[in-house]
Structures are given as C-alpha cells and as structure tokens.
Ligand binder design. Structure first.
Ligand SMILES: [Ca+2]
Length: 494
C-alpha cells in the first residue's frame, strides 16, 4: 500500500481521494489543497478513513472476474449459409461447435441490409440513421452515404471507461480518416482494414488505396486477409494476461464479401468433396469454410489460454447473403441490399460456458444494436444513455422476457440510378411488415406469421395497418433527420 499526498491542481475539486486498483498494489491518491491543513493532519484523517479498506478483501489483489467479450462478425453471410444453419454443401466445424456450445437465435436481424449501417448500429446500440450512417461509407465522396457523427459515443468508449481493454481486428468500415478511425472512437487497439471492401484478398487494396493499419500506421502485410485477421486475433488473445483487465474484442472478417477469392487449396477441397457443385457456389463455400477455420483458431486460442470459460462469444453477420455470388438465405426472399427477409435475417449464436445453456435455441427476436447492450448487462458495464438497443440477457439466461420493442425499423440510403440517393425502409410490428424495397416502388405489406417468405402482398387488404405503420415509419425517418449523414462542408464552399 502506498499513500501519496500531493498539492497539484485538480479541476472542480479541492480534495480528491481515490483508489486505483492496480493488479500490483493498491495506490491511494490524496489531494489536499486550499484547506490550509498540515499534510500530517490530513495523513491521519485519510488513514483513518481508509483503515477499514486495509482490513477488507479489497486490499488484496482481487482478480477482475468480469467476462471477456468477443464479437465475431462475418461480412455478407446469409442466415442459412453454415452447416449448422442448414447448408447441405458446407462444412463449418468451428461454427458448428460454437453454435452447439451456446444459444442459437432463429430470428436475428441485421439493422440494415448493407455493411456500414449495421456496423454503426452494432457499435453504437442505436438505429444507424441516428448515428449519421444510413448507408454505405465509401472512398468516393460522390458515392458515400454516411458519416459517423462525432457526437455519438460508440459503446467501446463505455467499455473502456469501465476498465475493459478494447480491440478491433479486421474490417472497420465506419470512416476512412480522422475523426472517425477506430482509435478515435473507443478502441485501444486496431489491427485491420479501414475500408468498405477489398478488391483483392491478397493485396488488400481498395481503389488502389492501402487501408491496412496497425493502430494508426499504414502497413502492407502479405497473405490472405482471412488468415491475417485470424493471426492477429490469436496474437491479441495470447497477449492478454490472466491477471490483466478483461477485454472486448471485435473481430470483423472481410469474408465472405466479394471478391469471392478463397485460397486455391480450399476451393479444390470443396470441388472434390461436392461433385456437381457450380463454380460460383464452390467459391463461396470455400471462402466461408476458410473463415470458419480462422474462427476455429480463435476459439482454440481462447481455450488454450484459459479464457474460454470466462468469455462471452457472439457470432453473427452484418447482412444477408449476396445471391448473385451463390449465397444461400434458405428460402427467404431476396438477399443482401434488400429489406425483404433474405437481406435482413442473419445467423446469430452466443456462448457463455456455465451461464448460457449449450445447444439451446430461441425464436426471440433481436437485432444488431441489441447485442452490445446485452453483453454490457452481463458484464455490468453502463452504456451511454438514450440507446435504442435493449438487453436480451434474460433470454440468454433461459428466462422469459417481453419483446424488445413493438416496432422494428430497417432503413438504407443508397445512390446510383436504382436508388437515387433516397432510402428504402421496412417496419415490423407483430406479424406485420410494411416495406418499400425501392424508392420508386409502392409500399408492400406482408404477414410474416402466415407468410414468412413474403409472397402475398396484402397492402390493398389492410389499409388501416398500412396507414398506422407508415405513420410510424415517417416518425422514425424524422428521428434520423436530426443527424447529418455527410461530412461538414468546407468553410470556403458554404
Ligand atoms: Ca456486409
């Protein structure tokens, strides 16, 4: 035990006493100022106040038993494109094992059918348009449809304030430059890729830019991006001491996003194992299986390091599978980019040994922005106020809980001739889903309970439901209107 007395200036206080719980030794800071009391008198007062602490278990180096948090995000992985989710031509042993070790969600939704908005929702616990990210952030400013608001606090900030060591490995896709790079938005460690996608899994370039970074430094590593991200995640886990603070690791793969570029030996293996498989499908299956092997390495590292038992692991995807590259979304209608179910439903499983029942499944509905509020509830971390995301921890622990919200909103803004810079939306309420999948198409209404594949448009039959949900959607769009989604204009252009 060390007691330090100091007379240095401390804002907003005249006497500050605090304990810093170091794993080596408790350190007591006492600042005495302006009171005019001799330091010796203060020493006696402070020691008397702290005496109970000296005799309590707090004076020993009590280990921080809060769980580690690991969120593993696939890119463009459809709800059914794993062996454990029904894909008959896929072999995903690591994810099979992960799903079997925890709870599988059959009604997990991405907040948006494309990358950036879902990632903004995941990391903020808010609807993406309220973070300034209604659409995809891209290199070309003329085709970029989001700007992460500097005033929105991302959830890793809260984790860090609570003493978690925060790291992102892999794809960021929430900004290419200050003030929106990972270390500026709540992460202690970044080893990965800033951009929206790679034009090549081996060169890692996007529009000839190199967006690979270690912390803030540009790097140019050799190898397939999936192998690199797996290497870096394992390195990170191996460096976390048992007696160090718990960690929050966000591992965001680039796979299986286009280009469909699996390593040759993985593609050969799929072709030999699956006679008659199309070239298109074989490539995607191999890319997903290769990612699965990387996830296997990460799980093995958690287990080898003795971290697994006290770690909550989440696996999910940022949007549905891309149909034109051979993705499977089960029988769901449509895929990535679309607000039909195939674009929004994603795989999700969560493990927490001894707390979440292995092999359990649920139909409870959740969406991307609910994940971190749930993990924070489990870890005792207080998130920022005003979140849209809700904790589903009771469901994870096998308890009953009411539906997280009565109305569920999905939006996406996009450019090009097909979207014209406008938005597409969907809102769910109970069995009903009102949607507009093109800014230039009329509204459609489906009853998902009776028609989960969205084949019978009921918009003409239920005008009252259409009007009610449409009004709710307009109110939601107005909320998004409060936050700019483009970077500030330079002063000389205004
Ligand atoms: Ca994506």
């Amino acid at each position: 035990m060390t007691v330090l007395l100091t007379g240095r200036q401390v804002p907003d206080s005249t006497v500050t006493a605090g304990l810093i719980a170091s794993w080596r030794a408790p350190l007591v800071f006492v600042t005495a100022e302006r009171f005019g009391m001799p330091y010796t008198a203060w020493t006696i007062v402070v020691l008397c106040l702290l005496l109970p602490l000296f005799c309590s278990p707090l004076t020993t180096t009590a280990a921080d038993t809060r769980p580690n948090l690991v969120v593993i995000l696939a890119d463009d992985l459809g709800a059914a494109d794993l062996q454990c989710c029904g894909a008959p031509d896929m072999r995903t042993p690591a994810l099979n094992q992960l799903f079997a070790a925890g709870m599988k969600f059959r009604n997990a939704y991405a907040n948006s059918p494309v990358c950036s908005p879902t990632r903004a929702a995941l990391l903020s616990g808010r609807y993406p348009e309220t973070t300034g990210v209604p659409g995809v952030i891209r290199t070309d400013a003329a085709d970029s449809w989001g700007y992460l608001s500097p005033t929105v606090e991302l959830l890793p900030v809260a984790a860090r304030k609570a003493g978690y060591h925060t790291a992102i490995i892999g794809k960021w896709h929430l900004g290419l430059a200050p003030p929106n790079t990972p270390l500026e938005r709540g992460f202690d460690h970044f080893h990965g890729f800033l951009g929206d996608m790679m034009d090549d899994y081996y060169t890692h370039r996007r529009h000839d830019h190199n967006y690979m970074r270690l912390e803030q430094a540009e790097i140019d590593p050799a190898g397939h991006a999936t192998d690199l991200f797996a290497d870096w995640a394992v390195q990170f886990l191996n460096h976390q001491r048992k007696d160090a603070p718990p960690f929050f690791l966000y591992l965001a793969w680039n796979a299986p996003h286009t280009p469909i570029q699996p390593p040759a030996e993985w593609l050969d293996r799929v072709r030999q194992r699956e006679p008659g498989i199309s070239d298109k499908r074989a490539g995607l299956v191999a890319l997903i299986e290769h990612m699965d092997s990387g996830i296997g390495r990460v799980i093995s590292a958690l287990q080898a390091n003795g971290q697994w038992e006290n770690t909550i692991v989440v696996f999910t995807s940022d949007n549905g599978g891309q149909l034109d590259v051979g993705a499977g979304n089960g029988q769901l209608r449509d895929g990535k980019q679309s607000v039909y179910e195939g674009g929004l439903k994603v795989p999700l499983c969560i493990t927490w040994p001894g707390r979440i029942q292995a092999g359990s499944q649920t139909d409870f509905s959740v969406m991307s922005m609910d994940i971190l509020p749930t993990l924070f509830a489990a870890a005792g971390v207080a998130p920022a106020n005003g979140l849209d995301g809700r904790s589903f921890l009771p469901t994870l622990l096998g308890e009953q809980q009411p539906e997280l919200r009565t109305q569920w909103f999905f939006t996406r803004r996009e450019g090009g001739l097909r979207y014209g810079g406008k938005t597409i939306e969907a809102v769910r309420e109970g069995p009903w889903k009102l949607l507009q999948n093109s800014p230039f198409a009329p509204l459609e209404l489906y009853n998902l309970q009776q028609d989960p594949l969205e084949s019978q448009n009921l918009v003409e039959k239920h005008p009252a439901i259409v009007n009610r949900l449409n009004a709710a959607l307009r109110r939601h769009l107005q909320r998004g209107g409060a936050v700019p989604w483009q970077p500030p204009m330079p002063a000389d252009s205004q």
